[in-house]
Structure formats: C-alpha cells, structure tokens
Design a protein around this ligand. Structure first.
Ligand code: COA
Length: 369
C-alpha cells in the first residue's frame, strides 16, 4: 500500500530491505535506524538501548519464523516516521506485532495514525485478527494525568504519555505492564556466591547446572528448544492473546546464527534434573559487540513441576558470576519482568536489581470488515 498525502508532501510506503547497507537504496534504512535511536534516547535519556544500523539490518533479514515489513513516512527525501509489522509464520498465526515511531518535530500531524493504518491493513491482508505493540517509559513519571492499570491490577503506566494517548486513539487497550530493572556490575561477588550456594543446597542433589556460550550442545538441543517453547506461555502474559510458540532445534540454531551475524553473544545456564536426565530450566544473558557494556537478561524459566526449589535464583546467580569473566567490559544488566511475576521480581530484587522503567503491552482485536 502507498498512502500519498500530497497536501503535506508526505508519503507512506512499504520499504523493501536493501541487499546490503553499502548500496544507495540503504540510505532510508540508515536514516530510520537513526530515528529509532533518537526515540530510544528520548524515552530513556541515555543511549544504552540504541542499536547500530548493521545489527538492526540483521534482525530484518528474512527467516522462516517471522516476516517483518517496514513502512516509512517520508517528507521530500527525509524519513520522519517508521512502522514495523512483524508477522509470526509458525505459531500465533492470528497475530501481528506492531511498532510505530514519529520524529519528535513532526508529531500531531497524523503521521503516526497513517503509519499505523498501513500496519493494520497489512495485518488484515495477512489474515491477522490481533495486533500487539510495546512502549517504554522511564521511572519517575508524573502521575498527574492519571495512570492506566491492566486487568491483572499489577503495575501502571502514565495515562497522559504519548504512547498511551496514541494507543488509545488507535483502539488499543493495555494488556500488561512489565518492569524494566537494572543491575550495575559492581556487585559484591561474595554476597552473590552466598545466594548461589544457599540456592544450590535448597535445590539438592537431584539438580545440576550446565552452561554454554553462544551454541547449545547438540545432545541437549531439542530439550533446550522445549524450554524456549515453554518460555512463551509459562511466564505471566497478562491479557495478551498469546499462544505457545513452536520451537525445535532448527529454530534454536537459526536464532543463534542471527545473533552472531548481528555481533551478538549469549551466555546460557540450564538446570539438569538428574533422575530424568531432562533440562528443566534455563536463563540467558546476551550482549552485542557494538555495546559491550550493556547486557540483557533474556529468558529465565523453571518448568512448573520443578518450581519452589530455588532453581531460578541458582541459575541466575551462576550466570551473573560468569558475566565478569566472559565479558569483562560489562557495566550493567537490564531485565524486563511482568509486574504480576512476583517470584521473578523477588529474585531480581534480592540480586540487587532496581526499577529503571516500565513497558506497556498494548493489544487491539481487529473486527471483521
Ligand atoms: C506515539 C507517536 C507514534 C504518535 O505519532 P504522531 O504522528 O504524533 O500521531 P498522530 O498525529 O497520528 O496522533 C494520533 C492521535 O493520537 C493522540 N495523540 C498523539 N499525540 C498526542 C499528544 N501529544 N497529546 C494528546 N493526544 C495525542 C491523539 O488522539 C491524536 O489524534 P488527533 O491529533 O486527531 O487528536 C509518537 O508520539 C512517537 O513516536 N512517540 C514515541 C514512540 C512511541 O511511543 N510509539 C508508540 C508505541 S505504542
């Protein structure tokens, strides 16, 4: 679809991914990446979450699990807004994930609405009936304009913030709030070691930790894929209309290779249940070479039959203690948890994480037209 709002000289169009970043057609991609980074700085007031264009480019390369389409809003030759429609291909076939951003100096002129309209039309064309999107806000927000609370009653998001008013105007509702927390690497290793030893002794001899960097060992690949699959629905999902993802070893490998192409690395710890020989939990830390100081805590999961043995704490402590050895440049760790995920939040607070922001998950169910 091409929207041509000639009265304002604005064009909204799907943007085909160039074959590389070194060709002239890649210029809009580079400008859109700069715009995304500008918005990250606006939201967080620092550039920890800014991402190099090359890394973004890798994440857009076609793969068998999701189809990502970029829409650009351009005035003359300048990129003033961007939207991404992300359509899962192997599960959640009713869903489209959406992102919309507009340059701060070009807002309140209908550009965001026009970009979102392009995403929604794309979602309908692809047979999708649910659109989900996420927006961040740093801590310390002004509650004068009121707060929105999801149905779980856990967490809140400023009602007068740009994402909240925009999402409401597009017909979205707040499905969940996540807390973003941060932990500076200057922790007391002795304290962490004590937490880890206490957790290990609570877990007992039936459990053992295994670990790897970047590439899952072949002999536990399918077991690890099962944990990744369970991660999609065994964590609290609020009101999000989410189905279990479908994972196998091939999907794990594809993710590992994509991460490596974007200069990323991962540190994985898993817990083995000795009597059954099965992996029953895992935790993942990731970082990108372009920003070696910033580490992201990705999945942490313990399968439901094995909860209540301090395995979550044991896994996390063991991985954190490795960070300074494997990635000595690491400065801080970021993690996102659902506000209703009391157990994980309690573990993180005990480890020293403190709130840095909140992420709203928005959802809109599309009506048949
Ligand atoms: C949210 C964002 C994309 C909106 O872009 P935009 O081009 O200003 O959006 P529009 O002009 O189409 O506004 C659409 C409607 O949203 C609401 N809205 C947007 N900004 C608003 C503001 N500052 N105050 C009140 N309402 C606002 C209004 O209802 C508006 O319609 P109206 O102008 O007819 O009253 C933009 O502010 C942005 O990039 N923010 C940072 C990233 C982000 O939060 N993305 C959205 C994630 S859900």
């Amino acid at each position: 679809m091409i929207l041509d709002m000639t009265a304002t000289d604005l064009r909204i169009r799907p943007y085909p991914l160039p074959r590389s970043l070194d060709v002239p057609e890649a210029r809009p991609f580079l400008a859109a990446s700069d715009l995304s980074n500008l918005i990250e700085r606006e939201i967080w007031d620092h550039d920890d979450h800014c991402v190099a264009a090359r890394t973004r480019f890798e994440s857009f390369r076609p793969n068998g699990y999701e189809d990502r389409t970029i829409f650009l809003a351009c005035e003359n030759d300048e990129v003033v807004g961007k939207a991404v429609a992300d359509v899962p291909l192997t599960d959640n076939l009713q869903t489209c994930y959406a992102e919309v951003i507009v340059h701060p100096e070009r807002r309140r002129r209908g550009i965001g609405s026009a970009l979102y309209a392009a995403v929604e039309e794309h979602a309908r064309t692809r047979g999708r009936s649910v659109v989900m999107g996420w927006a961040d806000h740093r801590t310390g927000f002004d509650t004068a304009g009121g707060v929105l609370t999801p149905a779980t009653r856990a967490g809140s998001f400023p009602a007068a913030s740009l994402p909240a008013v925009f999402a409401a105007a597009q017909g979205f509702s707040l499905a969940q709030v996540e807390r973003c927390s941060v932990l500076p690497v200057g922790w007391d290793p002795h304290r962490l070691a004590v937490l880890g030893a206490d957790a290990a002794s609570a877990a007992g001899p039936d459990y053992a930790l295994v670990n790897w960097v970047d590439r899952c060992p072949e002999d536990v690949l399918e077991q690890y894929a099962y944990l990744r699959q369970k991660m999609s629905t065994d964590v609290p999902v609020g009101e999000l209309d989410w189905e279990e993802e479908s994972w196998d070893g091939t999907r794990v490998r594809e993710g590992e290779e994509r991460l490596a192409r974007g200069g990323g690395s991962s540190l994985v710890r898993a817990v083995l249940h000795r009597p059954s020989g099965q992996l029953v939990g895992h935790t993942i830390l990731q970082r990108r070479a372009e920003k070696p100081g910033i580490v992201y805590q990705e999945d942490t999961l313990v399968l439901s039959d094995h909860r209540g043995h301090r395995l979550g704490m044991w896994l996390k402590v063991a991985n954190l203690l490795d960070v300074v050895v494997v990635w000595p440049e690491a400065e801080r760790i970021y993690t996102w948890n659902a506000e209703e995920n009391r157990h994980m939040l309690d573990v993180n607070i005990e480890l020293g994480f403190t709130p840095a922001g909140y992420t709203a998950a928005w959802q809109k169910k599309l009506e048949a037209v």
